[in-house]
Design a protein around this ligand. Structure first.
Ligand code: TA6
Length: 310
């Protein structure tokens, strides 16, 4: 089983607008809403790839109920900790004329000390039954900046392979607990080492430095449409995916993590894992909703992924 952790779960709402003029009234003709937040997106893609998954995290209020109901409807097991307040709405406005995506992310509820403790126990229990634990996304208000340190440690002690996909302070602290894998972007790599990353050669050096410093097993850096760079103990892989018609890039990173988690749970080789992760990320970009892939497209892309061992 794979467990995904979303400490600030959301309803991801996407508005499709022919254009989005600032300072004007826009009437929304078409939209969709789905359970979201990074870990929940991972869970949705893991489920679509046919591997059992349980989604946990904090949810609150009516939005929290909707998130749970929708996951149940999708056939995704969940085991959330309920908190006071209302789970957030994350809005993505797609301007079809300019091809832009504007995200507005609410802060979400403030989490109490008791709920933070309950979550630790929940992760301990789930991790004991899981091969992989994916901790994804921002920390809610009320959680200490180093909360991921404790969660990564707990999941590792329970014997799970831990993937941490966070940014900023949450990631800076979280890597101190040495998760098995992280998936930062270029800016996050630079920020973690407090350096400038001028080109891909510099990025590769920086990623290898991080991997050894924090004794991690894998670091995958997403490079958007340009693919990804993955460092492991004995080398680096540069992966490219075919050019595709992009519909919505929100959730591509989460889909990449899902592919990687599924490949690890299925004991696939690193090369097959990279193909699976990259195909899931690219397939997500071609669909309207975050955390969604088209199985046929995914299978086709999986064969088209190219990789070079550097
Ligand atoms: O990766 C996209 C996304 O997962 C959206 O679904 C949205 O809910 C957001 O990220 C949340 O990210 P955050 O880092 O604030 O937890």
């Amino acid at each position: 089983m794979i467990t995904t952790v979303t400490l600030n779960a959301a309803i991801d709402k996407t508005y499709y607008l022919p254009s989005f003029p600032l300072g004007k009234v826009s009437r929304v003709q078409r939209f969709n809403a789905a359970p979201g937040g990074k870990g929940i997106n991972v869970a949705k893609v893991v489920a679509q790839l046919g591997v059992p998954v349980t989604a946990t995290g904090f949810v609150g209020g009516m939005n929290g109920e909707i998130i749970k109901q929708q996951l149940t409807r999708m056939g995704i097991a969940h085991d959330f900790v309920s908190v006071e307040g209302e789970s957030r709405i994350c809005l993505n406005i797609l301007d079809e004329e300019h091809g832009t995506s504007t995200e507005l992310l609410e802060p979400g509820p403030t989490v109490s000390e008791a709920a933070l403790e309950e979550m630790k126990q929940r992760i301990r229990d789930l991790a004991l039954r899981s091969q992989i634990v994916c901790l994804s996304g921002s920390l809610p208000a009320g959680a200490p900046k180093d909360y991921y340190v404790e969660l990564v440690q707990i999941a590792k002690e329970s014997g799970a392979y831990v993937i941490l996909d966070a940014s900023g302070d949450a990631l800076r602290h979280g890597i101190e607990a040495k998760p098995h894998m992280i998936k930062p972007n270029e800016e996050e790599v630079a920020a973690l080492l407090d350096i400038e990353v001028a080109d891909e050669e510099a990025l590769r050096n920086a990623v290898e430095t991080l991997l050894h410093k924090y004794e991690m097993e894998r670091i995958s850096v997403s490079l958007g449409g340009a693919g990804s760079l993955t460092a492991v103990k004995d080398g680096c892989y540069r992966v490219t995916t075919p050019k595709v018609e992009v519909v919505n890039t929100v959730g591509c990173g989460d889909s990449f993590v899902a592919g990687m988690a599924v490949s690890l749970a299925s004991k696939l080789s690193l090369e097959d894992g990279l193909a699976m992760a990259s195909a899931a990320g690219t397939s997500n970009a071609m669909t309207e909703q975050a955390g969604q892939i088209d199985p046929a497209v995914f299978e086709q892309l999986r064969k088209q992924v190219q990789m070079v061992r550097l």
